[in-house]
Design a protein around this ligand. Structure first.
Ligand SMILES: C[S@@+](CC[C@H](N)C(=O)[O-])C[C@H]1O[C@@H](n2cnc3c(N)ncnc32)[C@H](O)[C@@H]1O
Length: 237
């Protein structure tokens, strides 16, 4: 994740309360499903107040949780104390990375995904749970309008209309599974109702080594995805 100054004190306090309500409202089941079957070392980017920590399976040996907002980070540190698995700060080549409800907020989505690709070993998993662009009008038009006006300012940098599945693919991941669902389930959808949950694998780079990738990044600071083999575009996302 690029070094960034993220500090949304009002949103952070609001989210700390709202995330507890979302947990009771059913997102806990999605968090459980998101993390089920993970093993080994995991990096979670944009961990917020640590709502995922209680849902990691025992087979996870270490979670490196990254949270840039100072208020949410303090809450995440408290959540880490009671977590089912060790949650700490560190560095390394990770077996899996978890992003939930965060790729809507990062300022540069493709750069964030490139960083995630970089810290994962080839074949490492990206588990994602994100709200995304609606499949069609008129909800997509509403999302675009909101993104161009007030939504990011009130939502801690959140964007409603991002095509996150395509961005994951373009960053050098192969999407293995993806489920589309609406949350919450309401008769009239919210701008952030369309969600995806799935698993993507970090694609090997031709002649890949971590050092090769680091050199490539230094030599070509632009989007790394352009120099990588692409997965087939036939996948339905
Ligand atoms: C809606 S909250 C979701 C928190 C948590 N992932 C969850 O599932 O409850 C969005 C999170 O993204 C984080 N975030 C925003 N920009 C970020 C960035 N550039 N790098 C890492 N995290 C970021 C925010 O600080 C916040 O914790």
């Amino acid at each position: 994740m690029p070094k960034t100054t993220v500090n949304h004190p009002i949103f952070a306090r609001y989210y700390a309360r709202m995330s507890a309500a979302m947990e009771r409202g059913g997102i806990a089941e999605h968090r459980q499903a998101l993390l089920a079957g993970l093993t080994g070392q995991v990096i979670e980017v944009g961990a917020g107040n640590g709502m995922n920590f209680a849902h990691y399976p025992q087979q996870v040996t270490r979670v490196l949780a990254v949270e840039p907002d100072p208020h949410l980070r303090r809450l995440a540190q408290l959540s880490a104390i009671d977590a089912a698995v060790p949650v700490e700060v560190g560095d390394g080549a990770f077996d899996a990375a978890v992003v939930s409800l965060v790729l809507c907020s990062v300022p540069d989505q493709s750069r964030a995904l490139s960083e995630l690709r970089r810290v994962l070993r080839p074949g490492g998993q990206l588990r994602f749970l994100e709200h995304v662009r609606a499949a069609g009008s008129p909800l997509m038009q509403v999302q675009r309008l909101l993104d161009a006006t007030l939504w990011p300012a009130f939502g801690g940098g959140c964007h409603a209309s991002r095509d996150t599945a395509a961005a994951i693919h373009d960053a050098g991941f192969s999407i293995e599974s993806i489920e589309r669902f609406s949350f919450p389930q309401a008769r009239i959808p919210f701008p952030t109702s369309p969600h995806i949950r799935g698993v993507a694998l970090a694609m090997p780079v031709v002649g890949d080594t971590a050092a090769h990738m680091a050199a490539e990044t230094a030599a070509h600071p632009g989007p790394l995805g352009k120099q990588r083999p692409r997965a087939s575009r036939s996948a339905p996302y």
